[in-house]
Design a protein around this ligand. Structure first.
Ligand SMILES: C[S@@+](CC[C@H](N)C(=O)[O-])C[C@H]1O[C@@H](n2cnc3c(N)ncnc32)[C@H](O)[C@@H]1O
Length: 338
C-alpha cells in the first residue's frame, strides 16, 4: 500500500509518510506517540492498521477538530492531548511502552495558510505566530524588545547577516507607529535589506523564521521533547524526527550522536560522569533520509525535510546538558525576556 495515495484533498500533506511507516511497521500493531499531530496525517495512517493505538499531542487547539474526527472513528485506540511536547512527563509517569515516538517539527499548512495566524509574509493579517500555549506573540516582540535583542534574535534564529539593519529599521518604524501586521513587518524588512537580483528567496523569509522560533521557544521545546521521548522509550523503541531547518537539524544530529557513541575510555584516563553510562540509542541508519522527487513535486514544502531516527537500547536514561553547552548561544537568545 502506498500511504500517500489519495492525499490530494488533505489540509496538510504528511511529509515522508511512506518512509515513516516502513520504519515503524504498524502492520505488526503496537502503541505510537505522535508528538506533532497537526491534521493527523501520521496518526490516521497508523490507525488504519488493526491492533494499533495512538496518543497524539499538539499545542495548537485548532488540531482538536481533526482529532475529533479520528476519535469518533477509533474511540478506544486514539487519544489527543492539547499540550506541548515539553510536557510529556505525564506519559513518563504512566509507564507506557510505545513502539515509536514521532516528531514532525515546525508549522502545519493550516497554520501558514491562515492569514489570521501571522506566520506568512505573503498574507495580510495580524502579526501573531503563536502555535498555541505561548506567553507572547510576534507583535509583542517587535514592538517591545530592544534593538540589540531584536538583532540577536534575527541574526541567530534566521541566520540573517543583516539582522542589525533590520532591527534598526523596526525600531525607527515603531517610534511613529505600532507594527500590527505581517505585511508591515515584511515591508520593513524589505526596506532594510540589500537588493539581491535573481534571488528566489523572499527577503523576509529569515526574519519570519527567527521570530517564529523565538515566539514558540522551538529550541528548548525540541531539547525537552527529545529528552522526554528518550525517558519514555524502552528497549527497541524508535525515535523519529523530521525537521525543516538547519538549527533543528544540528541539535538532533548532535543529540543522537552523543547518546549513540560508546563512552567507554581507557581505564588509565580518569572518566567523567557521562562516560560511565551506556549508550541510549543505536543508529542503524546514520545518514539522513530525504523525501523522494515525486513527493517534492507533489508537495513543494517537503523539499527541505530531513528525517533522522534512532533505536533505543535498554540502558537507563541519564540526562546530559551537552546540547545546551554546544548550542549555548541559541538557548541564551531564546531565554531573553521581553
Ligand atoms: C508539521 S506540523 C505536523 C503535521 C502532521 N504530521 C500531519 O500529518 O498533519 C507540526 C505540528 O506540530 C505542532 N507543534 C509544533 N511545536 C510543538 C510543540 N512544542 N508541542 C506540541 N506541538 C507542537 C504544530 O502546532 C503543528 O500542528
Amino acid at each position: 500500500m502506498n500511504a500517500t495515495m489519495g492525499l490530494e484533498n488533505v489540509d496538510h500533506y504528511p511529509v515522508m509518510l511512506d518512509q515513516i511507516l516502513s520504519i515503524i511497521s504498524p502492520q505488526h500493531g503496537g502503541m505510537f506517540i505522535d508528538c506533532t499531530f497537526g491534521a493527523g496525517g501520521y496518526s490516521k495512517a497508523i490507525l488504519k492498521y488493526p491492533n494499533t493505538e495512538v496518543i497524539a499531542i499538539d499545542r495548537d487547539k485548532n488540531s482538536e477538530k481533526y482529532a475529533k474526527e479520528i476519535s469518533t472513528k477509533h474511540p478506544s485506540r486514539f487519544k489527543f492531548i492539547n499540550t506541548k511536547f515539553s510536557n510529556l512527563e505525564e506519559m513518563i509517569k504512566k509507564n507506557l511502552e510505545p513502539k515509536a515516538i514521532i516528531f514532525d517539527l515546525g508549522f502545519s499548512s493550516m497554520q501558514i495558510n491562515d492569514s489570521k495566524r501571522g506566520f506568512s509574509f505573503q498574507k495580510k493579517g495580524p502579526l501573531d505566530m503563536r502555535m498555541g500555549i505561548n506567553n507572547f506573540s510576534a507583535k509583542d516582540v517587535v514592538n517591545n524588545m530592544s534593538e540589540s535583542d531584536l538583532a540577536q534574535i534575527i541574526k541567530n534564529f534566521g541566520d540573517e547577516k543583516e539582522g542589525k539593519k533590520i532591527a534598526n529599521k523596526i525600531i525607527n518604524f515603531r517610534k511613529k507607529n505600532l507594527i500590527n501586521t505581517s505585511e508591515q513587518l515584511s515591508l520593513i524588512v524589505k526596506s532594510a535589506k540589500r537588493k539581491v537580483f535573481n534571488s528566489k528567496i523572499n527577503p523576509s523569509t529569515k526574519t519570519f523564521q527567527a521570530l517564529r522560533i523565538f515566539v514558540n521557544k522551538e529550541i528548548s521545546e525540541l531539547k525537552k521533547g527529545l529528552d522526554a521521548a528518550t525517558r519514555i522509550l524502552k528497549d527497541n523503541g524508535i525515535l523519529i524526527v523530521v525537521n525543516f531547518h538547519s538549527i533543528e537539524d544540528k541539535i538532533i544530529k548532535s543529540f543522537f550522536r552523543f547518546y549513540s557513541e560508546s563512552k567507554s575510555v581507557s581505564r588509565h584516563i580518569p572518566i567523567k560522569e557521562d562516560n560511565k553510562k551506556g549508550i541510549l540509542y543505536n543508529l542503524t541508519q546514520k545518514k539522513i533520509i530525504r523525501p523522494k522527487d515525486k513527493e517534492i513535486k507533489e508537495n513543494n514544502r517537503s523539499r527541505s525535510a530531513k528525517l533522522r531516527f534512532a533505536i533505543r537500547t535498554s540502558n537507563k536514561f541519564y540526562y546530559s546538558n551537552k546540547t545546551e553547552e554546544l548550542f549555548k548561544k541559541y538557548f541564551e537568545v531564546e531565554s531573553i525576556n521581553i
